[in-house]
Design a protein around this ligand. Structure first.
Ligand code: GCU
Length: 573
């Protein structure tokens, strides 16, 4: 479970894309492993036949979910086999890897008929060292993907988004010198704005190595010497222009050892909590946010490319946001990088989403792996300011302990960012019209996320202006989800919910914004959700038809009336 992987293939000159059309076999009855599809055999004798072949059949785009590629796969949950050849030249002494940016939900990978590894988790990268099994010339790469939901999965059996399966994200063949840069962190030292600190971890080093860290615009060409395990930590005085939404300054950095070199684009900023304030670069900030899924509604499929990221982020910016919650899982690296360059602060989370079997010890292990892989991948992204460990989980001894452990693990992996979780279990005292919370996990996070659908799932039981909030007032509170549904173009009375009208959705936003004025520690809002998105949860045959209609924008890109209410609210902040 969980493979460590190299940092940032996008900045590695030796990373060669394996994207494109792959051959595929739909294996509904899981016949492929018993029949050894991974050997990709051909008949050798006249009397012989092989009852499978990858040739001349289904071809699927990689990256991309398979559900949206052919109508027969719209609801498919099960095994799909992918196969492609690629040419390689074995450079003597080098190490070769296959890197997957994301495969949902589980992957098993073979090269030239040899199993090279397996990975569980649909939203974080992994890679396998294939040096021993690579041949000069044509190599046969086969991947078995399974997207069955599972009781001990993360997410588990039910979740309010489409269960897209497939090789969802980029794939690379990487050919590296035997001693190469495997991991690095280059950020401001915690609590400092004039010291760049971090580390470099090489792979393949057996003696101290000279590593060059270069940030030309800061006059840094630092030669560092690693220990015999290839590790070196550093602190370098510098005065970088700080990254912020107003000025999302990033610097070209490179790290080189011998013939190996990795480049990246890194921003520097500080983020901290002080009482009920969130301080970005020492100044209190209000998070003008929005939630979105990793989906292009017009294509009815997963977002995966830089162009997809640019489309989503352009709508985020049009709304006047400075913050995004990439719900409910680590989204692809293009989205994180494009958001960061657009000056957006980011809340990233692992998909511990309702209905999790916390009593199963395997869950903590899987959640830890996903958390490690998320932090590992994005620890150099200045835009990421919050790591979140869960969404709407119900208090219990198992859940409280698991989440408390995950909060501690997050801090041990990265003490420079804030840790949060989204809660929906606040309580209401009707005598005093006051919301409050009793939840052990809300006491251990830095920032509390509140998901509350007043006016939709929960009718207002008093005038919004009379409703008070006394929730975790010792720390910042973000309304991490709120809103309601509307079918674009549907009109109706502004006080009737069951018409799915834009007019009622607009009312919900106006009422919630009035209530938010009474939250003393409110430091951010993030409406649910930017676009209508696909979900098997949503079965109203007139208004939903498999779509969650809480979008401010329809599945065809049309802005609803509530969009303007949010835009105006942010313009006034
Ligand atoms: C929940 C959940 C979302 C879901 C939303 C809704 O708060 O976090 O994933 O889509 O509510 O019901 O629309």
């Amino acid at each position: 479970m969980g493979q460590s992987f190299m940092m940032n293939p996008y900045g590695c000159k030796d990373a060669h894309s394996l994207n494109g059309k792959w051959n595929a076999i739909i294996d509904l009855y899981s016949r492929g492993e018993p029949m050894k599809f991974y050997q990709n055999r051909k008949p050798e004798k006249k009397s012989q036949f092989i009852e499978y072949t990858f040739d001349g059949g289904l071809r699927l785009d990689v990256p991309g979910d398979f559900n949206s590629q052919i109508p027969e796969l719209k609801y498919y949950e099960g095994n799909v086999w992918y196969q492609r050849f690629f040419e390689a030249k074995k450079s003597l002494g080098n190490r070769q890897f296959i890197y997957f940016a994301g495969v949902s939900y589980e992957a098993a990978v073979w090269l030239n008929g040899k199993e090279i590894g397996r990975h569980e988790g649909g939203f974080t990268p992994f890679q396998f060292d294939v040096t021993e099994h690579l041949v000069d010339g044509k190599n046969d790469l086969i991947v078995l993907v399974n997207n069955n939901r599972r009781v001990d999965g993360i997410p588990a059996m039910n979740f309010d988004w489409w269960n897209y399966g497939g090789i969802l994200r980029d794939v690379f063949f990487i050919d590296r010198p035997s001693t190469h840069v495997h991991d690095y962190k280059v950020q401001l030292k915690k609590g400092e704005s004039k010291i760049i600190a971090g580390y470099v971890q090489l792979r393949g080093a057996t003696s101290p190595q000279k590593v060059q860290l270069t940030i030309n615009e800061l006059g840094i060409q630092q030669v560092l010497t690693t220990n015999t395990q290839g590790y070196v930590a550093f602190e370098i005085p510098a005065t970088p222009e700080l990254w912020s939404p107003q000025s999302p300054r990033i610097y070209d950095i490179s790290i080189a050892v011998g013939h190996d070199r990795v480049s990246d684009e890194i921003g520097f900023r500080t983020i901290e909590v002080k009482g009920a304030d969130i301080l970005l670069n020492g100044k209190s900030v209000f998070l003008k946010g929005i939630n979105f899924h990793e989906e292009i509604p017009q294509r009815k499929g997963r977002a995966y490319s830089e162009a997809d990221a640019a489309m989503i982020i352009s709508e985020v910016k049009a709304l006047g946001c400075n913050f995004v919650r990439t719900a409910h899982y680590p989204q692809n690296e293009h989205i994180v990088r494009v958001a960061e360059k657009a000056g957006l602060m980011i809340w990233e989370e692992i998909p511990l989403w309702q209905g999790i079997e916390f009593s199963n010890p395997a869950i903590l292990k899987k959640a830890e792996t996903m958390l490690r892989e998320m932090v590992y991948r994005d620890k150099n992204r200045a835009g990421v300011i919050i790591w979140s460990v869960a969404n709407e989980t119900s208090p219990s001894d198992y859940r409280d302990q698991t989440l408390t452990d995950l909060v501690s693990l997050t801090r041990s992996l990265d003490d420079t960012r804030l840790v949060s979780a989204a809660f929906d279990n606040m309580r209401y005292n009707k005598e005093t019209s006051t919301f409050y919370i009793k939840d052990k996990v809300s006491e251990v996070v830095d920032v509390v996320g509140m998901n509350k659908y007043m006016g939709w799932y929960n009718p207002f039981r008093d005038e919004p202006k009379n409703i008070k909030w006394d929730v975790a007032t010792d720390k910042p509170l973000i309304m991490s989800e709120f809103g309601g549904e509307a079918l674009y173009g549907q009109r109706g009375p502004a006080d009737v919910a069951h018409h799915w009208s834009e007019d009622y959705q607009e009312t919900i936003y106006r009422q919630n914004y009035r209530m938010f004025e009474n939250i003393p520690n409110l430091r951010g809002t993030s409406p649910w959700v930017l676009f209508d998105f696909r979900s098997p949860y949503r079965c109203h045959q007139t208004y939903q038809n498999g779509w969650n209609r809480k979008g401010l924008i329809s599945d065809k890109g049309q802005r609803k009336k509530a969009w303007q209410v949010v835009k105006d609210f942010y313009e006034k902040r």
